[in-house]
Design a protein around this ligand. Structure first.
Ligand code: COA
Length: 381
């Protein structure tokens, strides 16, 4: 191996590398702050719906009430899927992962979108509305097909978040459930240059279409170090029989050098501001379903990981019990995250298109140099 030149040393995992300008969201990892278009995430979580957050991320300002109502019905009006996509959902083997199906479905959708290859700003915004509406429908339709239930149309009285829950379960969500679903989707909607958003921007920077950028982002989100963590958090919590067992369970995982899913973060050095809301709703919802022990186990895990590693929970930790308590099956947790993050991905794709330069970094070569090519007779002997 040639000795690498140190001045070309890559920044492992691109940590702290500034790779884009953005005005969509801001993460202050030291002080635990998250802003969307300048607004604090706490204000947004308490006061806005997912629809309003999409509007904010895409247009840079909060909508008036009239704008919100129009925008909401436009999006809900786009929630239907082409029949071919529904047929594809039926064809997938029952044990294929919902994120794999969602990734495939987005690719397939491109083939039926009249604007798929049209990259004008107007066509891109039309696709944006369709995609943010169709992703939730893919998730709920897949679940209902796999559980042998009839597919439902969206209820025009609900926004996209409440419709996701309604169409998944078949019963209208309570006021509390609606509020929690809105908050869950507001909190997951954007997070600066995370791995999937970066992926989306890289793909958009080649001037590939929006569906391609979204399919790539879904692939990145699927990984357990990113959005795939929430499902694994739930599996861990369900694997722990009671609060008393938590300490030994976590110690055992750490001894075996296993990562505790839902903990640690590349940017936050303090508590992730989204945790506060998810922790609160986890407690409320678990109690309302007689599953307080799941919240208590979560709290104990939080304490054990803090004591052992000084690590804080990230967005995926309490989103697991929140989604569980909303009646969402664990294998769909990452897909629900994706339904929300689609809003952010699209905002970043549009920002990338608006001031584009191909994203093409370079690598440090650490392979061999000047190898002597063998005589052909020797190679083919
Ligand atoms: N559990 C146990 N140890 C962890 C850990 C976790 N969740 N997260 C990080 N660490 C440890 C690593 O083992 C490493 O220890 P070492 O230096 O002794 O080898 C150290 O902390 C640094 O980890 P590193 O992978 O370099 O940090 P990162 O910034 O690249 O990773 C994450 C960030 C999010 C990928 C990482 O914290 C993680 O894997 N978390 C679990 C998955 C998760 O919840 N993902 C969702 C993120 S929102």
């Amino acid at each position: 191996m040639v000795q690498p030149h140190e001045e070309n040393a890559p920044t492992r995992g691109l940590e702290s590398v500034v790779a884009a300008d953005t005005s969509i969201s801001y993460v202050d990892g030291i002080h635990g702050r998250l802003l969307y278009q300048g607004y604090d995430i706490h204000d947004l979580a308490e006061n806005t719906s997912f629809t309003e957050t999409i509007f904010l991320l895409w247009r840079g300002r909060l909508p008036t009430q009239a704008e919100r109502d129009t925008f909401r019905s436009e999006i809900v009006g786009e929630m239907r899927l082409p029949s071919q996509v529904v047929e594809m959902l039926k064809l997938t083997p029952p044990n294929s992962h919902p994120m794999a199906v969602l990734r495939t479905a987005i690719s397939l959708l491109a083939n039926f979108d009249p604007d798929a290859e049209e990259l004008s700003t107007e066509a891109n915004w039309r696709k944006a509305k369709r995609l943010v509406a169709q992703v939730p429908t893919i998730i709920v339709d897949l679940h209902r097909i796999r559980s042998g239930q009839p597919l439902l149309s969206p209820d025009p009285n609900f926004g996209v978040a409440a419709n996701l829950l309604y169409m998944l379960r078949g019963t209208p969500p309570s006021d509390l459930e609606q509020k929690v679903m809105e908050v869950l989707m507001v909190l997951h909607a954007d997070h600066e240059l995370n791995a999937s958003t970066f992926t989306a921007r890289v793909i958009a920077s080649t001037l590939a279409d929006m569906h391609s950028a979204l399919a790539g982002a879904l692939g990145a989100l699927k990984g357990p170090l990113h959005g795939g963590a929430n499902q694994r958090v739930m599996e861990m919590i369900l694997d722990i029989p009671d609060v008393e067992t938590v300490q030994a369970y976590i110690a055992g995982m750490l001894e075996n050098k296993q990562r505790i899913m839902g903990f640690g973060h590349r940017v936050y050095r303090t508590e992730d501001p989204r945790t506060r809301h998810l922790r609160k709703y986890s407690e409320l919802l678990c109690a309302s379903r007689n599953e307080k022990h799941l919240y208590e186990i979560s709290r104990r895990i939080e304490q054990a990981v803090m004591e052992a590693k000084g690590m804080y929970p990230n967005v995926d930790f309490y989103s697991a019990t929140v989604q569980h308590a909303l009646g969402i099956p664990p294998e769909y947790f990452t897909a629900v995250f994706a339904a929300s993050r689609t809003a952010g991905w699209i905002a970043h794709i549009m920002e990338q298109y608006a001031d584009n330069r191909l994203i093409r970094p370079t690598s440090r070569y650490i392979g061999e140099m000047s190898r002597e090519f063998p005589p052909l007779e020797e190679l083919r002997a």
